[in-house]
Structure formats: C-alpha cells, structure tokens
Design a protein around this ligand. Structure first.
Ligand code: BGC
Length: 414
C-alpha cells in the first residue's frame, strides 16, 4: 500500500515536472541533404526549447514525390503523422478531403492573415480555414555558378539565353563540364520551369502551365523550350542519370562543373560547405527570367488527430510562423521568409536578392507557381508533365513529338 502511494506520488511529481507538451510531434519530410538537415535542425532546436520532442520521419527524394507516396500509405493505414512537409496543390487536395486540422485559432491569435503573402494563403487555406503553416518561399528559376570556374574562362554572368549558350560552349571547349545535372524527372521539370519561362515569357508560362491552354502547350514556343532542354542535355556529363540534386550542386561547389539550374535550396548546400556568395559562388536568375519568380512554398500541413488541433500542432505552427524562426531557418535553408515583415538583415546577398525579387514579382504580376513543385497544378497533371519532359530529355523523342505528347498527356490527366 505504502509502495503504491509512493509510486503514485512520484508519478504525480513526474507529471508536474514534465514539459507543457509531453508528447512528440512526428514530422514527415524530405529534407535529407546536408543543407536541408542543417535547416531542419533549426526547427528541431526551436521545438526542443519548448519541451516538444521530435520524431523524425524522413523520406528522401527531392520534390517530395516519394514522401507523398509514404504519406498516402500512412493515412490509408489510419496512422497519419502529426505534421507533413507539403507543397501547393497537395495541401489543397488533403484539405479538401477533410484530413487536415483547423489552425484558425492560432492563425487569428497571431495575425497570419496580415503577414503571409496572398500567393501562399491560396495554398494554406481550405474553405477559409488555415490547414497548414507556411515555412518559406523557394523559387526555381535560379542558376548557381562556381565563380573561379567562370573567372578562369572569362565568363560574365549571362543574362540572355544567347549569352548562356555562349558561356556553356566556352566551358565545353575548355574541357569543363558546363552543366551539373541530376537525371531525375523532378530535376528535369525544375529546369523546365525556368527554360519555358525564358523561352516564352510570363504570359506563355501562365497559359501553358497554370491555365493548361492546349494552344500554348502545343505551340512553337513550347517546341523552342524543348529544343533548349536538348541543348542542356547535350552539355551535362555522362554520369548525370539518377544523380541526386545535392551531388550535382557538389560538382559546382568543387569546381567540377560551371553551372547548376536549381531552386534556391541549392544555396543551402553551398553554405553548408562553408562557401560564400559573391566570393566562391554566384547566384542569378535563369537568363531571360530576370523579373519573374516561379515559386514553391514548403508548408507543414497538420493532420487531424481526432477533431481538434493538438497543443503540439498549435505550438509547431506558432513556432514556424514566428518572425525570429522565419529568419533563422530561411537563412540556412536558402529560401526566403513566408511573411512579408521579416528583416533581411541576417540574409546573405542571394537571400536579400531573393526577398527583393519576390516582393517585386508579386507587385508586378510576375509571380507564378512552379509547375515542377506542385504550385501550378494537381499531382496528376504535374506527373503527366514530368513524364514527357523526362522522356524527351532522355532522348526518347524529339522536340516536335514532345510537344504533341505534352498536349495529350495533359488532356488525359485532367
Ligand atoms: C522543396 C525544398 C527541397 C527541395 C529538394 C523542394 O520541393 O520545396 O524544400 O529542399 O524540394 O529536396
């Protein structure tokens, strides 16, 4: 009896001493590269400081396709994770199925409506309810370059497609791999975001990728975009097939290649390797897309754990949206804040430019959702486009055929 009482009071003590949130949050994400893991640590530490434990559920694979497959299996098994890294249309899809928790209380208390850009709110709310917490804004139309390689070959930052092709040919003639690329469908699609924007401009990008206008999809401009992809394909190294994106970034970091076309998560790899923008590497908008931004925003969608949002979910959402976290995390990740009121003081030159570009593109009508990263269309259409872009890149058919395939694949997928 005595023993029982003692045990009960020790248990009581333990309960009192326990942090306010005794349970872990289980977070499913695809941040597995060195730079991504460093950024994720900022979030883990932030939560640890509040007594919230972190149960890691990483699913490797840039762009998140594999993570979304694992998520579907978990939800089907009735075992949804607490929070899931998610992009654009996937959030809307799960939200419309009623699978996500309602974050309106924390959003109202912290005034998210006033500070989160409208373009992000479109993907964070379903029927007027906040269902996910925006972490950042990435954009896909960037080029990353090794500065010494460019300097050694007398190459200035190219601003047009013609200057870019000339730079690539100079590197090729010098025996340097001009373009570091990882041959995976999502990476080819990422390059295609920028290439299509550059070939056809913003109206074309919107008609083809967002409005899915058959005429734009089947146009000569689209053929030109595929021709430009063929040029890029001709200037990657022989071992590109299947390479992870961060290994392609490493080629630029190590001076084994001149350029990589990739979203600004690539900057996280340069920083993680101790490299400095302007000194060791250069960041610039894909030639011909200087005013445009093709964006994707990582958000943490909160899965409904039985009616109401849990304390842990609310705390996670609140941490993510805090201005100090938005700065600390995005400085490391390579992205820019998902709030309009965060100072750029702690960001490097590429980050400052990213913040300026985003604001300018939003106010001049030049901000568009990334086709490659789930912000232009639902997964079925996105994947249909991936298939055609990657088949063409791998030489399965020529540009004229790719255009025809694209039109029919998109029609079928809708
Ligand atoms: C995500 C980034 C991530 C990248 C590569 C993108 O879809 O938005 O956060 O770093 O994929 O994994």
């Amino acid at each position: 009896m005595m023993m029982k009482t003692l045990k009960a009071s020790v248990a009581g003590l333990a309960l009192c001493a326990a942090p306010a949130f005794a349970e872990d949050v289980e977070v499913l994400h695809w941040w597995t590269s060195g730079g991504e893991a460093a950024a994720l640590n900022v979030l883990k530490q932030d939560l640890e400081g509040q007594g919230i434990g972190w149960m890691d559920m990483p699913v490797a694979g840039g762009g998140g396709e594999q993570a979304m497959t694992v998520l579907r299996a978990r939800v089907t098994a009735g075992d949804a994770p607490t929070a899931v890294q998610m992009l654009g249309f996937d959030i809307l899809d799960w939200g419309n199925q009623g699978a996500l928790a309602n974050l309106n209380a924390v959003a109202a208390q912290e005034g998210w409506d006033a500070v989160v850009p409208a373009a992000l709110q479109e993907f964070a709310k379903v029927d007027g309810k906040w269902v996910s917490a925006p972490v950042n804004v990435h954009s896909t139309n960037w080029v990353w370059a090794n500065k010494s390689v460019l300097d050694a070959n007398g190459i200035a930052v190219p601003t047009t497609w013609e200057e870019f092709t000339a730079a690539v040919e100079t590197l090729s003639a010098a025996g340097v791999t001009p373009i570091a690329h990882g041959g995976q469908a999502w990476q080819e699609a990422t390059v295609f975001d920028a290439v299509a924007m550059s070939a056809g401009g913003p109206d074309f990008y919107k008609s083809a990728f967002i409005d899915l206008d058959a005429e734009a999809l089947g146009s000569d401009t689209m053929k030109e975009a595929f021709d430009r992809m063929a040029f890029i394909r001709a200037n990657v190294d022989d071992n590109f097939s299947g390479r992870d994106w961060n290994l392609a970034t490493a080629m630029v970091i190590n001076g084994e290649a001149g350029f990589q076309m990739m979203g600004d998560w690539a900057k996280g790899e340069f920083l993680n390797a101790g490299k400095v923008p302007g000194q060791d590497f250069l960041c610039f908008r894909f030639p011909g897309t200087v005013e445009q931004v093709t964006f994707n925003a990582d958000q943490f969608a909160m899965f409904d754990q039985g009616g109401t949002v849990s304390d842990q979910q609310a705390a996670l959402a609140s941490s993510i949206l805090s201005p100090s976290f938005q700065s600390a995390f995005n400085v490391v990740k390579g992205s820019v804040p998902a709030r309009t009121d965060v100072s750029d003081a702690d960001f490097d030159d590429c980050g400052k430019q990213g913040m300026k570009d985003l604001a300018a593109a939003a106010s001049s009508g030049n901000l568009f959702g990334s086709m490659a990263h789930g912000h232009a269309n639902p997964a079925a259409v996105k994947n249909a486009m991936y298939d055609v872009i990657t088949a063409h890149f791998n030489g399965e058919y020529d540009s004229a055929t790719a255009v025809e395939e694209l039109v029919s694949a998109v029609e079928i997928a809708q």
